[in-house]
Design a protein around this ligand. Structure first.
Ligand SMILES: [Ca+2]
Ligand SMILES: [Ca+2]
Length: 229
């Protein structure tokens, strides 16, 4: 909060501003308010730019809603201004709320070039890569992990960990990948790869599924995505 106080010219005379105080909601007795500071550090001109940084504990004590800050100044002759004068008050609206993150990250479509939507041809002993985007709704909390599994849901936190493609779980959107060893699956196996991600607020997001078929030809395995319609 900041503003100007100035000593009016009365009978061609004015004095330097010497002091200033403020009140919240109810103008109190003179010298009982909270003191305001001059922006330049000294009370040495008829007009001074004054400021006050409302302490957080003070704000916390105020109820949610509209409040009025009253301010008046004193001149070097000892005269106080009228605290309820026009322009001597400002309205303060206090809105309280705690940002609570209750939404877990959402898994997006597979990332092109990192497996998934594109068929992959690999030697069967090589792990297939499945990379997807995990994004926290509203970009509230960082992504802190992701997991995958095949078959029954093992419960949140019990899947196989996925890695951040850039090496660090440090943002609200991460491309995460699973290295999936599928060499034991026979030709024609349909795989439903289930994934979910977690945010820094401890929320696990919903399960997302990517389906594919494992086709084998000798030592080669082909992972063909099944795109749902
Ligand atoms: Ca979240
Ligand atoms: Ca990252």
């Amino acid at each position: 909060m900041s503003g100007y106080i100035s000593d009016p010219v009365v009978a061609r005379v004015n004095s330097n501003a010497a002091n200033s105080e403020g009140f919240i909601d109810t103008p109190g007795a003179t010298n009982k308010g909270f003191l305001l500071m001059t922006e330049d550090g000294s009370w040495d001109t008829p007009q001074e730019l004054i400021y006050y940084n409302l302490p957080v504990p003070t704000l916390q004590m105020l109820a949610q809603g509209t409040h009025t800050l009253y301010v008046h100044g004193q001149d070097s002759a000892g005269n106080w201004g009228v605290v309820t004068a026009t322009n001597a008050s400002v309205t303060l609206v206090v809105t309280k709320g705690v940002a609570v993150d209750t939404g877990g990250p959402l898994i997006g479509e597979p990332v092109a070039g990192l497996g998934g939507l594109t068929a992959q041809a690999l030697q069967c002993h090589e792990a297939m890569t499945m990379a997807v985007t995990a994004a926290d709704p509203g970009y509230v909390s960082n992504i802190t992990g992701a997991e995958w599994w095949v078959g029954p849901d093992p419960g949140a936190g019990n899947g196989t960990a996925m890695q951040a493609v850039d090496g660090h779980f440090d943002s609200t959107v991460e491309v995460v990948k699973a290295e999936i060893e599928v060499s034991s699956y026979p030709n024609g196996t349909q795989l439903a790869i289930e994934m979910r991600a977690k945010d820094a607020s401890g929320n696990w997001g919903p399960v997302s599924t990517q389906s594919l078929v494992v086709a084998r030809s000798g030592v080669m395995c082909f992972y063909l995505p099944i795109i749902a319609h």
